[in-house]
Design a protein around this ligand. Structure first.
Ligand code: ADP
Ligand code: MG
Length: 249
């Protein structure tokens, strides 16, 4: 088997006396969507933050493409291709979709302080940004002001920004949050394709989306992974039903 893109090895993290991650090991493989589910307060966001580098584990290691990134900062991990999307939106609402995508391309160009005008004339960066917009289906909205895009389109734009940075893995905490039924369905279709660009580790409460999308699921309860498997395995797992799914259905 090829080595995983992202790998957590025995992560432990406590807030005072409260253990939020207990011996968590999981991996993300090429081409897959791996969903992390579990009740509120289970420690899902805490885990995502440790992967992104916003929090550091007390013990355990995190590997990106088999390189130990445990001690690296958020920016260093992003530079190595870890794309953390859909947190509090980092988009500039008054700028166009293309300008937002350009910002991402400028970030990796080695010229992060270029003013916009100069960057926009820089054909190569502009082409990278335009191509990213095309890949997320926003080509015809390149000059649309970001504030005029729908919620769902803004999430697509965030992915376009991430694509300009050549992501190796996507990490998402509740991508469906705040979207209506239609928006969730559209984003579900979009994410389904996105896994071919880079694998996705996602926390999500919307079980319709999770069951439609996930190649594998891991269930986190009180900081511990109680099961990992495909949709059928997780649905039929009695421990999971008792600890989590049972309460929802
Ligand atoms: P989830 O995302 O699964 O709902 P969280 O990871 O947000 O859960 O939280 C897991 C537990 O850790 C909760 O009990 C929460 O109150 C606690 N927690 C999260 N962040 C902090 C923090 N910065 N300081 C102290 N406790 C925290
Ligand atoms: Mg959370």
């Amino acid at each position: 088997m090829t080595s995983p893109i992202l790998r957590l090895d025995n992560i432990n993290k406590s807030f005072g006396a409260l253990p939020a991650s207990k011996d968590v090991s999981l991996d993300l493989r090429a081409g897959e969507i791996h969903a992390l589910i579990g009740p509120n307060g289970a420690g899902k966001s805490t885990l995502i933050k440790q992967i992104a580098g916003e929090l550091h584990p007390d013990t355990g290691r995190i590997y990106l493409e088999e390189q130990d990134v445990t001690a690296l900062s958020v920016a260093q991990r992003a530079k190595r291709g870890l794309a953390r999307t859909f947190q509090v939106s980092a988009l500039a609402m008054e700028d166009s979709a293309l300008q937002n995508a350009m910002l991402g391309a400028i970030g990796i160009s080695g010229h992060p302080y270029w003013p916009f005008g100069k960057a926009l004339r820089h054909g190569e960066l502009r082409a990278i940004a335009e191509y990213a917009l095309e890949r997320v289906g926003l080509a015809e909205h390149a000059s649309t002001r970001t504030s005029e895009l729908s919620h769902g389109q803004r999430r697509q734009l965030e992915v376009a920004v991430a694509l300009t940075m050549k992501p190796r893995a996507f990490v998402m905490d509740e991508p469906m949050a705040g979207l209506g039924t239609q928006g969730s369905q559209a984003l579900t279709e979009f994410l389904s394709e996105l896994r071919n660009e880079a694998p996705i580790l996602m926390v999500e409460h919307d079980m319709d989306a999770v069951f439609a999308l996930a190649d594998r699921l891991s269930v986190l309860v009180y900081g511990e992974i109680i099961a990992t498997g495909n949709v059928d395995e997780i649905r039929n797992d009695l421990t999971v039903q008792r600890a989590y799914l049972g309460e929802e259905q």
